[in-house]
Design a protein around this ligand. Structure first.
Ligand code: NDP
Length: 273
């Protein structure tokens, strides 16, 4: 049996073990998947020891995705540009390859589960951390019309836009000056603290899809804020989580599992956003 893990700190709350156990059961793949909390000061040592002991692959979560980029011997171009890796795979020669599946997870959630047409869409992305960096290239490749990045620390948004501008229509705006959006994505960690970035009301149109990368059955402050201002559609990041996991499973096992089945398992009733 092959062994896999999600490595983070903290990690006890992670849904990944449940998601991958279900994928494995439904695909008839024999594997074991567990959560490993690495010490904050020794992600590399912990991860190398796990791979040396036979780990076949790992998901990497907060706060280790940039360290995972540095640990990997070889990095897929999307993860390389993003500077963050969320999936590691041991190769037959013992080396470790790194990937980033967050962006394809988001694009698949939008296209498959939310039926949102990305072609030509005006996208506003709030946040300039690892999650934001991971989704910009896949969004550009999906043919969006414009991507405007706003971040509390403006210099981080500037740096991100400069890195991705060669790939598509990417620009920066002050948080108070963000334009109306067809798709408004919250990629900040604010919701995790029950907080909300300061945003202009004019961002929201009646048919805006408001998307919070954080997932919570009870909704998030960001999605509440968007609903009150009239955003016609709202979604949290559960679909992205499951689709990025499905992409990782495909990278490891060569078979794409059914994300819809797992979404139904995790959220049997429609979310009250
Ligand atoms: P990072 O720590 O790398 O980035 C945090 C970002 O949030 C920065 O842009 C930071 O701004 C901003 N921020 C934090 N607090 C506030 C606040 N109170 N007000 C305004 N901005 C704030 O985190 P990640 O990029 O890794 O993760 C971001 C979010 O995305 C998390 O909620 C995470 O759970 C979610 N996520 C979801 C995934 C999914 O599959 N659904 C996958 C990956 C992430 P500044 O630069 O000014 O500090």
């Amino acid at each position: 049996m092959d062994h896999y893990a999600v490595i983070g700190h903290p990690v006890a709350h992670s849904l990944s073990p449940r998601i991958h156990a279900r994928f494995a059961e439904r695909c008839g793949e024999a594997l074991d998947y567990r959560a490993v909390e690495a010490p904050l000061d020794d992600f590399a040592g912990t991860t190398r020891a796990l791979f040396a002991a036979g780990l076949a692959g790992a998901n990497v979560t907060v706060p280790f995705k940039a360290e995972a980029r540095r640990l990997a011997d070889r990095v897929d171009p999307v993860a390389d540009r993003a500077g963050v890796v969320n999936t590691l795979r041991r190769e037959p020669d013992g080396s470790i390859s790194g990937f980033n599946t967050d962006g394809s997870g988001l694009v698949r959630d939008l296209g498959i589960h939310l039926d949102f047409p990305l072609e030509g869409a005006r996208v506003v992305l709030i946040g300039a951390g690892g999650a934001a960096a991971g989704v910009i290239e896949p969004l550009c490749r999906a043919g969006i019309g414009e991507l405007v990045i706003g971040n509390r620390t403006a210099a981080r948004a500037d740096a991100l836009a400069a890195r991705f501008r060669p790939l598509g229509p990417v620009r920066v705006a002050a948080m108070t000056d963000l334009p109306p959006a067809d798709l408004l994505i919250n990629a900040t960690a604010a919701s995790l603290a029950g907080d909300l970035p300061a945003l202009p009301d004019s961002l929201i149109l009646p048919d805006t899809l408001a998307y919070d990368m954080m997932y919570a059955d009870a909704g998030t402050p960001f999605l509440d804020w968007c609903r009150v201002r009239g955003a016609g559609r709202r979604a949290d990041g559960l679909g992205m989580l499951v689709e990025q996991a499905a992409e990782a499973f495909l990278i490891w096992r060569g078979v794409r599992p059914d994300a819809v089945d797992v979404l139904r398992m995790l959220r049997p009733r429609a979310a009250p956003f």
